[in-house]
Design a protein around this ligand. Structure first.
Ligand SMILES: NC(=O)c1ccc[n+]([C@@H]2O[C@H](COP(=O)([O-])OP(=O)(O)OC[C@H]3O[C@@H](n4cnc5c(N)ncnc54)[C@H](O)[C@@H]3O)[C@@H](O)[C@H]2O)c1
Length: 265
């Protein structure tokens, strides 16, 4: 049997009751990593609210979940918009109950293979709004919803680009570094309140976002991975679900690594 450390895991060893009775909120849930994480949470018993900006992909995702016998609850949300996040988080609480865990995966890549002198200001404003302002808003309303019960786990999907700084994508690298700073600071605010805030920094995993990235940029990022392969959505889902599970009870403020050896901190 192939060693999954060499090939990358494509299957999930599901623990059916790990999240039984828990309410999960996943953003960016209509595609890629968010979708994979939401699927695993649902398979392991969570009631999952799927948040995404794209209504059509959200509908398709709910249909796919239903086909495999899993319930999912769609909420069209723009994570960069205060009113949208506030009202959808209130709606989720009313419909499903207060969230036990929130995984924030929605994000955009912005211009790639682009020097800062050529990087449009409007593109920077947009990537800031989605990646950093969106992380701030999701964390703000997630913490507010968890505080009354003094219990909950929040996971923000950052990126190795935020730890290491990928050249030619300054909007992405800097907003993801901001997400890591947000995790470190906010985690300490609530460390005594039963709420954990962590990050996850993957290297390249083939999703729609990577398909929208300049091939030269993908080649640069892939060449930096000592394992000489891409990560898989299943590997991201495995680590993400561990981080928000009750087993991961003594870690907060940390951005976990998932880079095949690229960053070792
Ligand atoms: N794929 C990778 O190699 C990789 C590596 C490191 C980090 N990440 C991060 O993982 C997260 C998920 O990326 P992915 O690869 O699954 O990308 P993806 O493009 O497949 O999925 C991103 C999802 O976010 C949604 N989204 C975009 N803007 C939104 C908004 N304003 N409000 C709500 N939803 C919005 C999109 O509609 C999409 O469904 C991102 O934060 C990304 O930066 C990805």
């Amino acid at each position: 049997m192939a060693d999954k450390r060499k090939t990358g895991s494509k299957s999930a060893a599901v623990w059916p009751n790990r999240f039984k009775g828990q309410v999960a909120v996943v953003t960016g849930a209509a595609s890629g990593l968010g979708q994979g994480i939401a699927l695993r949470l649902a398979r392991e018993g969570a009631k999952v609210a799927l948040l995404d900006l794209n209504p059509e992909r959200l509908r398709n995702t709910v249909r796919d979940f239903k086909r495999t016998g899993l319930a999912a609850f769609p909420f069209v949300t723009d994570v960069s918009d205060d009113a949208s996040v506030r009202s959808q988080m209130a709606q989720i609480e009313q419909q499903l109950g207060p969230p036990d865990l929130v995984v924030h995966s929605a994000g955009i890549v912005g211009p790639t293979n682009t020097f800062i002198v050529d990087y449009p200001v409007e593109a920077f404003d947009q990537i800031y709004a989605v990646n950093l302002r969106g992380s701030f808003l999701m964390t703000k309303y997630a913490v507010a919803a968890m505080l009354p019960r003094k219990s909950g786990s929040i996971l923000l999907i950052a990126s190795v680009a935020g730890k290491e700084g990928n050249p030619m994508m300054c909007g992405y690298s800097s907003t993801k570094a901001g997400v890591i700073g947000l995790v470190k600071g906010v985690a300490k605010e609530y460390a005594e309140q039963g709420i954990t805030v962590n990050g996850l920094a993957p290297a390249v995993v083939m999703t729609e976002m990577v398909r929208q990235t300049a091939p030269e940029q993908v080649a640069y990022m892939t060449a930096k991975i000592p394992m000489k392969r891409l990560g898989t959505i299943e590997e991201v889902a495995a680590m993400a679900t561990f981080i928000v599970s009750r087993e991961c009870s003594f870690a907060t403020g940390f951005t976990f690594d998932l880079t095949g050896g690229r960053s070792t901190y």
